[in-house]
Design a protein around this ligand. Structure first.
Ligand SMILES: Nc1ncnc2c1ncn2[C@@H]1O[C@H](COP(=O)(O)OP(=O)(O)OP(=O)(O)O)[C@@H](O)[C@H]1O
Length: 249
């Protein structure tokens, strides 16, 4: 079984895959005039203000900007975890409003994988069970296939020897790799990562960045990553800066 992490180690400072000149960009996520307003009793917050953004198949895009500028909101809306108050989201060229609830649930489950800053692992479950868990909600995936996919995903992130460990027995970087394996087991076309290295020291952060770059380069996974790390942002194909709910660059 190939370990995508060890593949990447021999190529120091790799950057995201370069889209060949002949390849036509194929939009997978398009945001048109997206607005998100949070209304509480005392205050109205415009978290996103008429955002227009296209993410193409196979791209690795990073989103940067100061705290509170709307990065996480943007990722939640792209991942269909939250709805905008105005505007249109298209997935594969089709407005999500035109999908049925069942289709939307399936899209969320199949097409998109999430990685969060704080890993969101279940401490009482082994590494293997954590990775298998989301597949339990997949109709048509047998127990045998679930297990096989979880093993393969853990091999891919270099944790094949840790399947029976528990999260508390792992380093922060290893926990984040489990979280990435959990996303990979679902075979998503798109990974949305919200500050995936935010809780890690620079060495472990670099490890995770290499892993994401390898997934993009070797598997063609489309990745959108929120980061506060300028160096990481510069290593992706496109760096988008936000300020006060709007794209500034
Ligand atoms: N559920 C909510 N209710 C009310 N306001 C919210 C809610 N979620 C986010 N906000 C507000 O929307 C704005 C954007 O928040 P968001 O979390 O998207 O920013 P961010 O750029 O990801 O910040 P950070 O870098 O600190 O994580 C902020 O002003 C925040 O307070």
């Amino acid at each position: 079984m190939e370990n995508i992490l060890t593949q990447s180690v021999v190529r120091p400072q790799v950057t995201a895959a370069t889209v060949t000149a002949s390849a036509q960009p194929q939009p997978v996520i398009q945001l048109r005039d997206i607005e998100k307003v949070y209304q509480t009793k005392t205050i109205e917050t415009v978290a996103l203000n008429r955002v227009n953004l296209t993410i193409n198949k196979g791209e690795f895009v990073s989103i940067m900007g100061p705290s509170g500028c709307g990065k996480s909101t943007l990722l939640s809306i792209m991942g269909l975890l939250d709805e905008p108050t105005a505007g249109v989201i298209e997935l594969d060229g089709r407005p999500v409003q035109s999908y049925s609830d069942k289709e939307l649930a399936s899209l969320r489950n199949h097409k998109i994988g999430f990685v969060f800053q704080s890993y969101h692992l279940i401490n009482d479950l082994s590494v293997l069970d954590n990775v298998e868990l989301p597949l339990l909600y997949r109709p048509g995936v047998s127990g045998k296939e679930r297990r096989a996919r979880a093993y393969a995903a853990l091999e891919k992130v270099g944790l094949g020897a840790r399947t029976h460990h528990f999260p508390s027995q792992l380093s922060g970087g290893q926990r984040q790799r489990v979280a990435i394996a959990r996303a990979l087991a679902g075979r998503p076309e798109i990974i949305l990562a919200d500050e995936p290295t935010g809780n890690l020291d620079s060495v472990m952060g670099e490890e995770i960045m290499e892993l994401l770059l390898s997934l993009n380069r070797e598997e063609g996974t489309t990745i959108v990553m929120v980061t506060h790390d300028e160096q990481q942002g510069r290593r992706t194909q496109r760096l988008i800066r936000f300020f006060d709910g709007s794209q500034v660059q």
